[in-house]
Design a protein around this ligand. Structure first.
Ligand code: NAD
Length: 408
């Protein structure tokens, strides 16, 4: 057991949606009693039923017996307000992705919770320092970024804010271990480690749609490399509409050429698996992604409408651009101290993003290629495609020293 003064024995979760449900499962499976708050009583009721269902499913699968299932279900209680959770050791907030809403909740929690309580947010993209700043205990605020479905996915990004105390990080890592997670400490920046790198990778994938590729070709190349799924199949699983709605709400980014295919799909109600159509077609009740010629026609129309002269894009080019985008951003993340090591970045990609295990992660893959080679390939892309391929300083330095990210 950890010697940290912040030993987490009891927790509360705010929000009973997709993420809240998975997070509650993680906690009760690890033996942590949870008090659950949601301002929508119906949502809370459904969420409680979903915890019971998941436990019953685990009994049917022979993973736990009925007595253990009963104990786990009994660990969850609902709470009507924040005063009722004043004694918990940790609160994990998983409400809508909105900074003002989260700040309001943290302000209220800070006023009501015991001084030793830790406050965590499951935000995927918001500035957690800006959330910590509204509390009188910024040293006890951090991000606990779970991946969906939270009780299945192994990865947990533990986001260290500017003022997070080392003992608070230590307590979060100890909890991660109890929950059976692969925990990786990340600095606070947009997208943390995983999504920040993902953004550069999907940007290349989207650019290639405009330049001449089709979604199934991009996915096939990356799946051929060993990714669990390519970016467009991933969008269909996550929901193509999430980014579309977020851009609409923020009032920025909706005009970028790279998101025009997504926008058109959403305008047609093609949100992904959940609506039966997205980048692919899905038969009723099936998750099998089927190539849809209507999507190819839409991609062609959008790219020609934007004035692109389409050309054939080879699987090799698809891999080169998507993988090198990950590696270059990973190197910047190392330079900035957002990740503690290249190995941590690899853990994020292996456990949260379906990177092929036999390749060891993007940074290990780059080391296998040789950083001198990666550096040359980035320079070649920079010549052909522009400044955003400028090699990270870390890559230039390591290549010159004949070293890899792993220091050898
Ligand atoms: P969701 O829409 O499924 O659930 C949000 C819940 O918050 C709802 O049940 C809602 O009733 C509740 N809520 C809203 N305002 C509240 C308030 N004032 N007090 C109490 N409850 C309130 O959302 P989600 O997908 O679970 O996402 C939650 C958070 O997790 C977001 O910050 C999101 O960015 C982040 N996240 C989501 C994913 C994902 O794949 N869905 C992955 C990682 C992180």
């Amino acid at each position: 057991m950890s010697q940290t003064p912040f030993n987490i024995q009891r927790a509360a979760v705010i929000g009973a949606g997709t993420m809240g449900r998975g997070i509650v499962m993680c906690l009760v499976n690890a033996g942590v009693p949870v008090q659950w708050v949601d301002n929508n009583p119906q949502m809370l009721e459904q969420a409680l039923a979903s915890v019971a269902d998941t436990c019953a499913h685990n009994v049917r699968q022979g993973r736990i017996d009925q007595a253990e299932a009963d104990v786990r279900v009994a660990r969850v209680t609902t709470a009507a307000n924040y005063a009722a959770i004043a004694d918990v050791d940790l609160v994990i907030e998983a409400v809508y992705e909105n900074l003002e809403l989260k700040q309001r909740i943290f302000r209220e929690l800070d006023a009501l919770l015991k001084p030793g309580a830790i406050l965590a947010s499951n935000t995927s993209a918001l500035d957690i320092d800006a959330i910590a700043a509204v509390t009188g205990r910024p040293g006890q605020v951090l991000g606990l970024h779970f991946f969906s479905p939270a009780h299945i996915m192994k990865l947990l990004e533990v986001v260290r804010c500017a003022k997070t105390a080392p003992s608070v990080l230590e307590a979060a890592l100890a909890l991660g271990k109890r929950m059976g997670k692969v925990s990786v400490v990340a600095g606070n920046c947009e997208g943390f480690i995983g999504n920040r790198m993902l953004n550069t990778y999907v940007l290349e994938a989207r650019k290639m749609l405009l330049e001449g590729a089709y979604p199934h070709q991009v996915d096939a190349a990356l799946q051929g490399f060993g990714f669990a799924m390519g970016p467009f199949r991933m969008y269909d699983v996550v929901g193509v509409d999430l980014g579309w709605r977020a851009r609409e709400l923020a009032g920025v980014g909706q005009d970028a050429p790279e998101v025009q295919v997504d926008n058109r799909l959403c305008e047609l109600g093609r949100f992904g698996q959940k609506s039966g159509n997205g980048y692919y077609h899905y038969e009723a009740g099936s998750r099998q992604a089927e190539h849809d010629v209507e999507v190819d026609a839409l991609v062609l129309e959008v790219s020609e409408g934007l004035g692109f002269q389409r050309r054939d894009i080879s699987p090799e080019e698809i891999l080169e651009r998507c993988l090198l985008a990950l590696v270059n951003e990973g190197a910047k993340i190392l330079e900035e101290g957002i990740a503690g090591s290249a190995h941590d970045i690899d853990l994020v990609y292996l456990n949260g993003y379906g990177f092929p295990a036999d390749k060891g992660g993007p940074m290990a893959w780059a080391d296998q290629q040789g950083l001198a080679d990666i550096h040359q390939r980035l320079l070649a892309l920079e010549t052909r495609q522009g400044d955003h391929w400028n090699p990270a300083r870390r890559i230039a330095e390591l290549a010159a020293a004949g070293k890899g990210f792993a220091g050898r």
